[in-house]
Design a protein around this ligand. Structure first.
Ligand code: ADP
Ligand code: MG
Length: 696
């Protein structure tokens, strides 16, 4: 048995280590920087760096790296050793404050969407003091933000930190109105539930589609998928259990509160969830978790698939972003309270989120848009591309009553008045029933369920924090000038419910009728990435981000371009991989199979009067499918060739969606039919059955 409390955070330069290793005044100065963002003086940074280095070297570290989150979707790192020549042919281990605080990686090969010319290739990484340094693979990792020479954000963390600051500022104004004098800081918290698949490495290596694209581009359905619901929460297989234990240990060492693990709905699908943390830290931790899932899987002869849709016909993988707003004094502002005032405050924050989600539903959709997630959101899988909110019957009933001016009789049968009455308690099970909702209130937090499994949680929370900050800003403007606070507050809550209740939907989000109903309500249904992304650069959204200093307009435009390009490139790579597999593997296999059949037929005929119906039929069927396959391959190849012609990025993306992607799906259909026809011995790709049931 491992000593978990001892193991936990053992590779993290956390508060306890800082207190133990830093002189008191230095510790205090650093804490101040961490808490209120004051400038860190170089002499302080020097002492901190030296203490970090000593600690890291004692733990076996030889290198350090600034660790950042560029727009590639994965993290980036460049390692330098601590060595410094001492003049006598030997070296000493050194690490300066300057090296700790700021790095200058060559940024020219990271996506910048035209923000940075290559002649100004320098980018800066700046230490995010609120996220602890840690040791991984004998390197000291410094979490950093990454920006260009001109100060434009080139990463996901910079705007995330800015959005946290925006909501902090506005939420504090609201708290002040409710007489809160103790809270100095408000931050959002996130707990990210992460889904993933595990398959055996040997079968993986025989699937070029998985290797190049992360998903299967071919594969006939296996006889058994997820229809028996026997995998969800089922007993964890020994090999998977060993992997999970190892993974958790790695998480704990890095101070990540790995808490929950279970099997998911699809065969070979699993989930991991930590205990929630402040949003930027939760984002760093989720990024590390995704990386370690892959690394630890490798140690167990497994491969972890993080793609949103590795297999057709069974569930894809998502990420649930549990989100709440908390004060530094420990109050969760989305928790219904005990006193009338707390409850009025809760209602105000609640309707602020409702308004924010309604007004910026397009931005939330943008924050979860990529080629992989289109397989889930836009298709017949959950959650749908329409953003709506689930509040549960009880809370919806309260809002309805407020809106209509009717008396809401709570469980205690007393009429409710905002600012005067206490809200009834919401038991968790009355608020957590609907698993189909993209954005569900779950008692004291919201669960945004549209994120794809590969996503950084940064994007969704940038959109959410900023949208809510904007509404709080508007509310604070109104209420700060109010002469009758209670009356104006009640009126504001009522007015907001009336204007935005269309976003509330407690029913089944997978039902066909919901699509029609949502359209009637005027909710947007942005099915695919090329539908969603243009709303990012809509004037109202540019206004939102620039007003709250989360993005500048050039930053938004650059991100729009990066996201569009990445969509096109993803499909392009998938299309090329398909062409390759058909030409190099599928057609030769079908040819060999037909050859065997033909030889048999010839031999039988030579031997005399045998019945050759079987061989003839199989030959005819396979041959017909091959002809069909070749035709469809031609169509796909023609589409790929034509894809180079568009210069407008949106037209380009739409071409990929409508022509290339469509041709891919049509080609796949025939290839999958061929798979069921050609013998297993001849078929080069491991089947869906072999992939999904590869781990015992
Ligand atoms: P489930 O969604 O499976 O029912 P839970 O509701 O218990 O599970 O929690 C899911 C995730 O929500 C966990 O990561 C948990 O830490 C996180 N969570 C709980 N409270 C908060 C909060 N106040 N802010 C953000 N995340 C939270
Ligand atoms: Mg959940």
């Amino acid at each position: 048995m491992k000593n978990v409390p001892e193991l936990f955070g053992s590779m993290v330069f956390n508060d306890a280590v800082m207190q133990a290793r830093l002189p008191k005044d230095i510790y205090k100065a650093l804490k101040k920087t961490m808490q209120i963002g004051t400038h860190l003086e170089l002499d302080v940074a020097n002492v901190v760096a030296n203490a970090m280095k000593d600690w890291a070297v004692e733990k076996g570290a030889t290198h350090f790296t600034h660790w950042f989150q560029p727009m590639t979707g994965v993290t980036a790192e460049k390692h330098d050793s601590f060595i410094s020549p001492s003049g006598d042919g030997k070296v000493i281990m050194e690490f300066s404050g300057k090296e700790l605080v700021r790095g200058e990686p060559d940024a020219s090969s990271f996506p910048s969407g035209g923000l940075r010319c290559t002649f100004e290739a320098r980018g800066y990484t700046v230490w995010d003091t609120t996220s602890f340094a840690f040791i991984k693979d004998d390197s000291l990792y410094i979490p950093t933000a990454f920006c260009s020479y001109g100060g434009e954000a080139l990463d996901k963390k910079t705007p995330l930190l800015r959005s946290m600051e925006a909501i902090n500022k506005q939420a504090l104004r609201i708290l002040k109105l409710f007489g809160n004098k103790t809270a100095k800081n408000v931050s959002t918290t996130v707990g990210a539930e992460q889904e993933y698949f595990l398959i055996d490495k040997e079968v993986y290596l025989k699937r070029p589609d998985l290797i190049y694209t992360g998903r299967t581009l071919f594969g006939a359905s296996p006889p058994k998928g997820q229809e028996l619901d026997d995998h969800y929460f089922g007993a964890i297989k020994p090999r998977v259990a060993a992997f999970m234990k190892d993974f958790e240990e790695e998480m704990w060492k890095l101070g990540i509160t790995a808490k929950t693990k279970h099997n998911e709905v699809a065969p070979a699908q699993h989930e991991f969830a930590p205990i929630f943390a402040t949003t930027n830290i939760a984002t760093d931790h989720n990024q590390l978790a995704m990386e370690l899932l892959k690394i630890v899987a490798g140690r167990h002869g497994l491969v972890c698939l993080l793609h949103e849709k590795p297999f057709a016909g069974v569930n894809g993988s998502g990420k649930h972003n549990n989100w709440a707003i908390s004060t530094d004094t420990g109050a969760n502002l989305l928790e219904p309270g005990e006193t009338p005032y707390e409850n009025a405050q809760f209602l105000l924050f609640l309707v602020a989120v409702i308004k924010a989600v309604d007004e910026y539903q397009d931005l939330l959709r943008v924050s979860v848009a990529n080629a992989g997630n289109d397989h889930r959101l836009g298709a017949n899988e959950a959650p749908p591309a329409i953003v709506s909110m689930f509040l549960g019957d009880e809370l919806t009933g309260i809002l309805d009553a407020i809106e209509s001016g009717a008396e809401y009789l709570g469980p205690d049968k007393k009429p409710m008045e905002i600012g005067v009455t206490v809200l009834p308690h919401f038991p968790k099970d009355t608020t957590d029933r609907n698993r189909t909702s993209p954005f569900a209130f779950t008692g004291n937090k919201f669960e945004f369920r549209m994120l794809g499994s590969t996503f950084s949680t940064a994007g969704a929370n940038i959109a959410l924090n900023t949208a809510v900050a904007e509404v709080l800003n508007e509310f604070a403007d109104i209420l700060e000038s109010s002469l009758n606070f209670n009356a104006d507050l009640a009126a504001l809550v009522k007015k907001t419910i009336k204007a935005h209740k269309r976003i509330i939907f407690n029913g089944n989000n997978y039902a066909e009728e919901w699509v029609t109903e949502a359209e009637k309500r005027g909710l947007s249904n942005l099915r695919t990435t090329p539908d969603a992304l243009p709303t990012f650069i809509a004037q109202k959204n540019i206004d939102l981000f620039t007003k709250h200093h989360v993005f500048t307009e050039p930053e938004i435009n650059s991100r729009y371009e990066i996201l569009m390009e990445s969509y096109c490139k993803t499909i392009h790579i998938e299309a090329l991989t398909m062409v390759d597999i058909v030409n190099e593997e599928i057609i030769p296999a079908a040819v060999n199979y037909q050859n065997d059949l033909a030889k048999l037929l010839e031999r039988k005929k030579a031997l005399g009067d045998f019945d050759c119906t079987m061989e003839e039929r199989l030959l005819a069927k396979t041959s017909k499918l091959c002809t069909c396959l070749i035709k469809k391959l031609d169509t796909l190849e023609a589409a790929i060739l034509k894809s180079g012609e568009d210069h407008d990025i949106l037209a380009h993306a739409k071409f990929y969606r409508d022509e290339v992607f469509t041709a891919m799906n049509v080609l796949r259909l025939t290839a999958d039919q061929l798979e069921t026809c050609v013998s297993k011995k001849h078929w080069p790709l491991p089947s869906y059955g072999e992939l999904l049931y590869s781990v015992s």
